[in-house]
Ligand binder design. Structure first.
Ligand code: FE2
Length: 203
């Protein structure tokens, strides 16, 4: 697989204020943006499962991957709760679906909090991350098959919501010390986690 990360357009300049661009993320609707997040974390969870099965366990790489996924999920759940879910609550009749989504988020956040206080090698570290992956995959499926389908039919400006989500994501990435570039990182770029990790190690 060619590693083409360097061919991507630079996006750092848009970190403070994402300007609408012809073909850039500014024009993406909120569902496409959230789906990208889903794909990205799903890949990383799969990567972890492969890592876990290797005999020469790379503890550092594992921890960095876990930290990256937890940061991505923290941002993703926050923008959904702040922007996407309230908009859906206004537009859709199905409040139960949204309540359930929030409960699922809470379960994920609980595991993220626990993992953030742990090290690889600790008892249940791998298990907690694997279960987090299972929660997330279930949540992603429900959202994409049910909520996103309803959102498409609702009278909601999905592009405007996408812009709002993108802007908030940039702010949160800055707050968490993640590069804006990571938003653009290919979900199929296996190097995502190590790259994020290297940066973290530098300070
Ligand atoms: Fe989601």
């Amino acid at each position: 697989m060619p590693r083409n990360a360097t061919t991507k357009a630079p996006t750092k300049s848009s970190a403070a204020k994402p300007a609408p661009r012809g073909t850039g993320k500014g024009t993406q609707d909120v569902l496409a943006l959230l789906k990208e997040d889903h794909q990205k974390v799903t890949k990383m969870f799969d990567q972890f499962e492969k890592m876990k099965d290797k005999e020469d366990d790379d503890v550092e790489a594992k921890q960095l991957l876990v930290e990256t996924v937890c940061a991505e999920l923290t941002i993703h759940t926050q923008v959904e709760e702040e922007i996407f879910y309230p908009a859906m609550r206004d537009a859709l009749d199905d409040q139960d679906m949204l309540d359930e989504a929030e409960v699922e988020h809470n379960s994920a956040k609980q595991l993220i909090t626990e993992l953030s206080a742990m090290q690889p090698g600790d008892e249940l570290y791998d298990a907690k991350f694997t279960v987090l992956g299972e929660y997330v995959k279930h949540h992603v499926e429900e959202e994409e098959k049910e909520m996103f389908q309803k959102a498409k039919k609702a009278k909601v400006d999905l592009v405007a919501l996408g812009e709002e989500v993108m802007e908030r994501k940039m702010e949160l990435r800055e707050e968490l010390g993640l590069d804006a570039d990571d938003t653009e990182a290919d979900a199929d770029d296996e190097d995502d986690a190590p790259k994020a990790a290297k940066r973290k190690n530098m300070h």
